[in-house]
Ligand binder design. Structure first.
Ligand code: GLN
Length: 312
């Protein structure tokens, strides 16, 4: 069981929060100028079980941009909309071992390594644009909102800030187009990608979205279906192997649950068929992962016995 007998989920989350909150190492992301303006001290943890238990501590209701955590959900939607075969013809499912913004493709296939790094995620956004055209953003917002259980919106200031400064992502999108992985046009694709990354969420929202994945696509609090069952399985598999970029191996070793981080400071972890857990703390390490988020997940995994390969 996720929660050992006699120990409430709430108690463990509170202890974890208290034990990890004093760590102020790391730095805000500043390559997107607007991200450098957030309060660096914010720290929140939220957890939602598939039975509907909700726990939230600290700044779990403070909104921040979802950033790369959107990549997991967008991949899930692309599998549903474009079909597995087409998606896999454009993007691989192999960990890259590279930074999230690396300009490198799989030499064998000339495709991005996986949908959790920028190159692969931009490819996925391209597939959504290719299949849904101008409706792609509304579709993404509708499904993300269904998973969160409330209406989500885009932070326009962060969107503009990223769009104006995204020379690297623009370069990646052009290379993807020349490689044949992206066919929906650089501008329309990046417009969706930057907006999808700029969706405002709280740790509470992310925990509900994670619980929706844990509950094979159905939001356990509202009963609404947000994602297709087959797509959820594939998404969790890729989150497990690639969700933490070039820290994915360490994460699988220590924490042992599918997860996804974003440079906005969020980390989402999914305990299959049990829990969605989310942390928000915007100071990042050198790989772009939240410092206190990693510390909290390590502790939670230990205390709650979350690791996939725990013997009990
Ligand atoms: N929007 C960000 C980017 O493309 C997302 C990166 C991240 O969260 N790792 O650079």
């Amino acid at each position: 069981p996720a929660v050992p007998a006699g120990y409430g989920l709430e108690t463990v989350v509170r202890h974890t929060y208290e034990r990890t909150r004093t760590d102020t190492s790391g730095a805000l992301a500043d390559y997107i100028p607007e991200l450098a303006l957030v309060d660096p001290d914010r720290f929140g943890i939220a957890a939602v079980s598939v039975e509907g238990e909700v726990v939230s501590v600290g700044d779990a209701d403070v909104a921040f941009t979802i950033q790369s955590i959107s990549k997991a959900f967008a991949f899930c939607l692309a599998l549903e909309v474009a079909g597995r075969e087409k998606v896999l013809s454009r993007v691989g499912v192999e960990p890259s071992g590279d930074a999230f913004n690396a300009i490198v493709f799989d030499a064998e296939t000339n495709r991005p390594f996986n949908p959790m790094v920028n190159a692969g995620a931009i490819t996925v956004s391209g597939l959504l644009v290719e299949h849904l055209g101008a409706d792609a953003l509304d579709f993404v917002l509708d499904r993300f909102s269904a998973a969160a259980g409330r209406r989500l919106v885009v932070d326009e200031a962060v969107f503009r800030s990223e769009a104006e400064t995204a020379h690297r992502n623009r370069g990646i999108a052009h290379l993807l187009t020349s490689a044949g992985a992206l066919t929906a046009g650089v501008d329309a694709t990046l417009d969706l990608y930057f907006r999808q990354c700029s969706i405002l969420v709280t740790a509470g929202d992310l925990a509900r979205m994670g619980a929706t994945l844990a509950n094979i696509g159905e939001n356990p609090l509202t009963g609404t279906t947000a994602f297709a069952v087959d797509a959820v399985r594939s998404t969790l598999a890729v989150m497990f192997t690639c969700g933490m970029y070039n820290f994915a191996g360490n994460w699988a070793f220590d924490v042992g649950v599918p997860a996804k981080s974003g440079v906005g400071g969020g980390i989402l972890g999914v305990v299959n068929r049990q829990l969605g857990i989310a942390t928000y703390s915007p100071r990042l390490d050198g790989r772009g992962n939240s410092v206190r988020g990693i510390a909290a997940f390590r502790e939670l995994a230990e205390e709650l016995g979350l690791h996939l390969f725990d013997p009990t």
